[in-house]
Design a protein around this ligand. Structure first.
Ligand SMILES: [Zn+2]
Length: 475
């Protein structure tokens, strides 16, 4: 598995400063791949390599232009580092523009541990080079290197949403209490959830009726489940008082204490004339406000999915809930490793009626990937529909990756949630690596895949094959 981390800083550089940084990094043992390649060729020819040669070899003619892009790869201790610069004025008119304007630093490593520490060291090397070059001060008008703060790139780009005047968006932040999380996990149990739904719909149901009417075919212990639901404050018990003769409802009370008994004795039934105290008393159950909150719009599912995402390394700053545009709603939207994911959650089977609006949303938000999480199954028709959509377009290789990603990730059944989320995180990682390759190639005209292939082959060929093949990228 290849691990990655990226940071970004929106800052302006001169062409000479980029070259200077590369050379300084080399002095600090980071081996620059392109520069060494150029050096090698020139020394074979018996020539000395000049900066202008290096730039002419890999980067487009950009001396007169304000709009520049440069990129270099470095090797150190088995890890690959990536340093790219895109001038702040640079405007790229293609849809996908993976690296932001300014400086982007990234690490690719076989090892997860010390990833941030290593990237930090690399960052310090670049920053100290910047600071020691006098050209740079002039350019940026920044007084101290301390003011150069790099930003982690794993967060939602709210600027996109807020600047898009066509969309009138509302959303909520992924906030939940420990209690809500515990209860949401508890509600992942279908029997308990079904029973709670039944109680919620009944708005006060007698225990005996519940046992008689609730799903007789089911081999479930209702008594036991009721105890659990009460214990977790999802249902509350009340006492229903009915006329013995007519069975009409007289009143409901929370508890039958001394005060209540006294009050009931003083009330007489309009039907039979008996005191309320002597009428029929039975326990009834209703859902609590907490239960309603968790069940409405399958909120419990949103919590469980979010919690699983954070468990597998997604920062909850990358997540937003219930993104609404008029009547259109996305359950969970996640920007992770540079890709936007739309989650559709269904506490039922997912059929073709659900599929079309989802395709629309994917295009609307320009999402990289759809994830469908169901408590049941995804219908064969839906899977067929997404596959056909894909086959129609696969002839155009340029768009292949983009179209491949139209095929959603299916997570069918909550017992599959952990594995499914692991897959989501993995796909995000592979998409990031792939986008990085593409951008590097667009800057340098060098297919970085070959370099990676040879380099990481030493480690984990299987993993890399997956990275390199778009068809394997997105299952
Ligand atoms: Zn009565």
């Amino acid at each position: 598995m290849i691990h990655t981390e990226r940071v970004h800083q929106k800052i302006s550089l001169d062409t000479d400063v980029f070259d200077y940084c590369v050379k300084r990094a080399k002095m600090n043992a980071y081996e620059p791949v392109l520069l060494e390649m150029a050096n090698h060729i020139y020394s074979r020819l018996g020539l000395a390599l000049k900066s202008s040669n290096y730039f002419a070899m890999f980067y487009e003619e950009q001396t007169d232009s304000e709009e520049r892009r440069n990129a270099e790869l470095f090797l150190l201790d088995g890890d690959i580092y990536f340093f790219s610069y895109k001038s702040v004025e640079y405007e790229y008119f293609e849809e996908e523009d993976f690296f932001e304007n300014g400086i982007n630093l990234m690490i690719f490593s076989k090892h997860k541990s010390e990833l941030s520490k290593k990237l930090n060291r690399f960052k310090e090397t670049i920053v100290s080079s910047l600071v020691s070059s006098d050209m740079w001060y002039e350019y940026n008008n920044i007084e101290s290197p301390k003011s150069i703060e790099f930003i982690k790139t794993d967060s939602i780009d709210w600027a996109y949403f807020s600047s898009n005047k066509e969309l009138y968006l509302k959303y909520s932040l992924p906030e939940y209490s420990e209690e809500e999380l515990t209860l949401s996990k508890f509600l992942a149990n279908k029997d308990l959830r079904d029973l709670l739904f039944f109680i919620k719909r009944s708005i006060g149901v007698r225990k005996d009726d519940l046992i008689n009417r609730y799903n007789k075919n089911k081999e479930v212990n209702i008594e036991e489940m009721l105890i659990k639901l009460s214990k977790y404050n999802l249902i509350k018990k009340k006492i229903l008082i009915q006329c013995k003769r007519t069975k009409s409802n007289l009143t409901r009370i929370e508890v039958l204490g001394r005060e209540e008994k006294k009050m009931l004795k003083n009330l007489t039934c309009p039907n039979c004339g008996d005191s309320f105290m002597d009428e029929l008393h039975s326990d009834i159950y209703s859902a609590t406000d907490l239960a309603n909150t968790l069940l409405n719009s399958s909120h419990w599912m949103t919590i469980v999915v979010t919690d699983t995402l954070t468990k597998y390394g997604v920062n909850n700053k990358c997540i937003v809930w219930n993104l609404m545009d008029k009547s259109e709603e996305v359950d969970i939207i996640m920007k992770y490793k540079g890709s936007l994911f739309i989650f559709e959650l269904k506490d039922q089977d997912f059929d073709s009626g659900h599929a079309y609006p989802l395709s629309y949303r994917r295009v609307k938000y320009n999402a990289s990937k759809i994830v469908i999480v169901t408590s049941g199954n995804v219908s064969k028709e839906v899977k067929k529909m997404f596959s056909e959509l894909l086959n129609k377009h696969t002839r155009d290789e340029w768009n292949r990756l983009d179209l491949e990603s139209m095929k959603p990730i299916y997570i069918e059944g909550l017992e599959e949630l952990e594995n499914g989320i692991k897959r989501v995180v993995k796909v995000a990682r592979l998409l990031e690596i792939n986008k990085c390759f593409e951008e590097f190639e667009s800057i340098t005209n060098i297919d970085i895949r070959n370099i990676f292939n040879s380099y990481f082959e030493l480690y984990d060929k299987q993993e890399l094959t997956k990275v390199l093949s778009p068809s394997n990228l997105l299952d």
